[in-house]
Design a protein around this ligand. Structure first.
Ligand SMILES: Nc1ncnc2c1ncn2[C@@H]1O[C@H](COP(=O)(O)OP(=O)(O)OP(=O)(O)O)[C@@H](O)[C@H]1O
Length: 298
């Protein structure tokens, strides 16, 4: 005990401000990495790997096992190469978020429709979603924002039609040729239907208490993880309306909340455009939360 106290006082005497800075920097790196991995399956995996490493380190330091220690020392560096492979989806999502933060297209882009036209488009989506919800007709409506979705438009059937409630109701009528997949809306045009979206790999939906969230909801979440689009989902099974944005899904919204949320997302976009670069960089570090309650985000 006396020896331990001696060692401790020795360490405290030698502790300088550079050591403090050192610890703060290492802590900050771990904090940022964990923030990005929050709500992902990778965090569970990381916890498992960390647990095994600590266990092996303790084991090999307590008992003299030269061959086994050699094996561990040799295998552990291989993890440096294994980790980027295991966490590839998370790394890709993080880099895409960074890329989106640095997206300056809004500085040069001029929306070629008026505010009124765009609000009419949102109104058509709201009306159609309400009726689809009453009829329990499944639907997935993806609204493009700054980031182009041509890669996904190409997976569907090109339409380039004016967005109206009637058109959306017709497309998502069960068993019609275009009812499967998503429609993509750019400005006030419905550019394509039957489009295939990337499925979410974040694991957010796995934590849902519901068992009704299948591929349609995963596709809605997926497109918002790889782009800044907003996705509206109407469940065929329950008729409930959800909205996904930025890798989060707001589930089981009533009509009033749905309308407010959708409009707020687009107003928020305009406000974001006026934010400073620092504020945009800071927003990078606010990852998704997960609560499964009525009208709350998952
Ligand atoms: N990758 C995808 N991109 C776009 N749409 C998809 C994709 N995968 C599935 N879908 C759509 O989802 C439908 C299947 O939905 P599923 O029942 O699995 O999902 P769900 O989230 O439970 O929705 P619902 O509550 O409407 O049943 C498919 O018929 C298809 O229209």
């Amino acid at each position: 005990m006396a020896q331990f106290l001696n060692d401790l006082s020795f360490l405290i005497q030698r502790f300088g401000w550079t050591d403090l800075l050192d610890i703060v920097l290492v802590g900050a790196v771990f904090f940022i990495v964990l923030m990005f991995l929050r709500d992902t399956e990778a965090l569970v995996l990381l916890r498992g790997v960390f647990f095994i490493i600590v266990l092996l380190a303790l084991f090999t330091s307590l008992i003299e096992l030269p061959a086994f220690s050699w094996l561990i020392r040799t295998v552990l560096p291989a993890l440096v190469f294994a980790i980027p492979v295991i966490f590839a989806p998370e790394i890709r999502r993080t880099l895409e978020r960074v890329g989106r933060a640095g997206n300056i297209s809004f500085l040069i882009r001029t929306r070629n429709i008026t505010e009124k036209q765009f609000l009419e488009t949102l109104d058509a989506i709201i009306k159609a979603s309400g009726r689809l919800s009453e009829r329990h007709h499944g639907a997935l409506i993806v609204i493009q924002r700054n980031q182009g979705l041509s890669e996904y438009v190409n997976t569907g059937v090109s339409l380039n039609a004016q967005v109206t409630p009637e058109l959306l109701l017709q497309i998502f009528y069960p068993n019609t040729p275009l009812h499967d997949g998503a429609v993509i809306i750019v400005n006030d045009r419905l550019v394509a239907a039957s489009c295939v979206m990337p499925l979410s790999s974040s694991g957010v939906l796995n934590r849902s208490l519901e068992h009704t969230l299948g591929l349609r909801h995963r596709a809605a979440l997926g497109i918002t993880e790889v782009s800044d689009a907003v996705a509206v989902v109407v469940s065929e099974e329950t008729g409930s309306i959800s909205i996904a944005q930025d890798g989060k899904i707001f589930h089981r919204l009533n009509m009033e909340r749905f309308q407010h949320t959708l409009l707020a997302f687009f107003q928020a976009t305009d406000l974001k455009r006026e934010k400073s670069l620092t504020a945009r960089l800071l927003s990078l570090f606010t990852a998704g939360k997960g609560v499964d309650k009525e009208g709350d985000e998952l």
